[in-house]
Design a protein around this ligand. Structure first.
Ligand code: NAI
Length: 312
């Protein structure tokens, strides 16, 4: 019989961030605000980054980040506001320099900033596609690149990338958003391997929450359950010393699950002239799913292929 959460909790260490410094991007609203408040409540000094953009990425004001900083300070915590756009590598570097100059280290980076430009692919402009890749993927690349050496050198770092079920599983009207969100999973896969030696752990959070991002796509009774605060425990775990690495944690309404990229057992089809037809005939079996593994790195695909060929 598996242990109950209550019996496991009795021996659990509190997930604290005393003496640690966290940067949370897009923390002026929604999920980022909830993450920043909770990190601060658990002892972290927090850089509250937010461009103050509208949902589609237009405009900008420092008011949102400053309001969250004021909330953290009012509760006895430490925080500073930063208005950099994650799309601007120089401004991002300046934000990291500001954190290091103020507090001397960076332990946690939460890549949360994001926007939407939903349209069916038929109607989507290339500009709307590029912008989403720029904010979600390149934004996270800029921040992560700017903290990477600091985390490696101090042999401690926790990086969370905010992915989405729209990227993992698809969603009508979100080709740009979904592609950019799934790219973050790819980023995690390699960074978690490269960061492991220096205790830099990289994970993805796939939230569902009632924020201005989702206010017009779900009914009010569903939105009432999907609070940002019910996602944040997932962020706290992924940002903590006890974090796993290379995990996709799905979180919504206090429900947590994990997603995996798997590889099926496969079959040796060969490469002769009739290989396409043989593949078509065997496809249902190849795609069936029993014997799926979660590869520890990309090399495992070629290893499996070699094993099949050698075994034949
Ligand atoms: P939100 O719109 O409430 O908050 C996003 C924040 O990011 C805003 O405060 C905005 O000003 C800021 N931002 C936008 N562009 C920025 C930039 N270039 N630089 C710095 N800050 C910027 O949205 P929400 O729902 O809290 O989303 C947070 C993250 O969670 C996003 O990455 C989103 O894609 C992701 N997500 C949200 C889901 C949901 O159900 N709400 C579902 C899946 C993923």
């Amino acid at each position: 019989m598996s242990a109950t959460p209550e019996s496991l909790l009795a021996s659990a260490t509190p997930l604290r961030f005393d003496g640690q410094v966290a940067i949370v991007t897009g923390a002026g609203n929604g999920l980022g605000r909830s993450h920043a408040l909770q990190l601060a409540a658990r002892g972290a000094k927090v850089v509250v980054n937010d461009l103050g953009a509208a949902r589609d990425g237009s405009g900008g004001s420092s008011a949102a980040a400053e309001a969250v900083v004021a909330e953290i300070r009012a509760a006895g915590g430490e925080a500073i506001a930063n208005g950099a756009s994650v799309t601007d590598p120089q401004a991002v570097q300046a934000m990291v320099d500001q954190a290091l100059a103020t507090w001397g280290r960076i332990d946690v980076l939460v890549n949360n900033a994001g926007i939407l430009r939903d349209k069916s692919f038929a109607k989507m402009t290339l500009e709307d596609f590029r912008l989403l890749v720029d904010v979600h993927l390149m934004g996270a690349v800029h921040t992560t690149k700017a903290v990477w050496e600091t985390m490696r050198a101090q042999r401690y770092g926790r990086i969370v990338l905010t992915t989405s079920s729209s990227g993992l599983f698809g969603n009508f009207g979100q080709a740009n958003y979904g592609a950019a969100k799934m790219a973050l999973v790819g980023l995690m896969q390699t960074l978690s391997i490269e960061g492991e030696k220096n205790n830099v752990r990289v994970n993805c959070l796939a939230p569902t929450a009632a924020t201005r991002m989702t206010e017009d796509i779900m009914p009010p009774e569903v939105l009432a359950l999907l609070t940002p605060e019910s996602v944040t425990p997932g962020l706290i775990f992924l940002a903590s010393e006890q974090a796993p690495t290379r995990t996709i944690l799905n979180a919504g309404a206090g429900v947590f699950a994990t997603s995996h990229i798997t590889l099926s057992e496969g079959a040796l089809v060969g490469s002769g002239p009739d290989a396409p037809e043989r593949l078509a005939a065997l496809f249902a079996q190849i795609n069936e799913g029993t014997g799926d593994i979660v590869p520890v790195s990309g090399m495992q695909q070629s290893q499996r292929e070699m094993a099949k060929v050698m075994g034949a």
